[in-house]
Design a binder for this molecule. Structure first.
Ligand SMILES: [Zn+2]
Length: 138
């Protein structure tokens, strides 16, 4: 994991300190909405918390693997080779057990727009799938 002080501003872009924001979810608190989960997953990517990504991924997801070690390694490879510069939430659509979040994530020379789908399973939100495209920053 990349070092982040609990007193630094949370990478999810909330403007609040990490300890007052996504930290509690990374420590085991349940996000109460798909949006909170989405932001805390983005934050986990930016600090390289592969375990959190794995624990919040729905079994339907194409990355889902029972080989957690190899899966964690591939997540870490992505985290370590990517600069997560900013997150912008574009649209949120909430249903009872299903939600969609459309967001823009900016990296060093590219950005991606993704529409993520979340499902609520046993009272926990999980990331199910996403449709995204990568674009070069102008
Ligand atoms: Zn946060």
């Amino acid at each position: 994991m990349k070092r982040i002080s609990v007193n630094s501003e949370c990478p999810c872009g909330s403007g609040v300190k990490y300890k007052k924001c996504c930290h509690k979810f990374h420590k085991g608190a349940k996000p109460s909405s798909a949006l909170e989960l989405m932001k805390s997953r983005y934050c986990a990517y930016s600090i390289g918390n592969a375990k959190y990504i794995i624990n919040t991924t729905h079994p339907n997801n194409s990355d889902f693997s029972l080989d957690k070690k190899a899966w964690a390694e591939s997540i870490m490879e992505f985290c370590n080779s990517t600069d997560f510069l900013s997150l912008e939430i574009l649209e949120v659509e909430n249903k009872i057990d299903e939600a969609f979040v459309r967001f823009k994530a900016s990296f060093s020379n590219t950005y991606m727009i993704e529409k993520s789908r979340f499902l609520k399973v046993n009272n926990s939100w999980l990331y199910e799938s996403g449709v995204y495209n990568m674009q070069k920053e102008k």
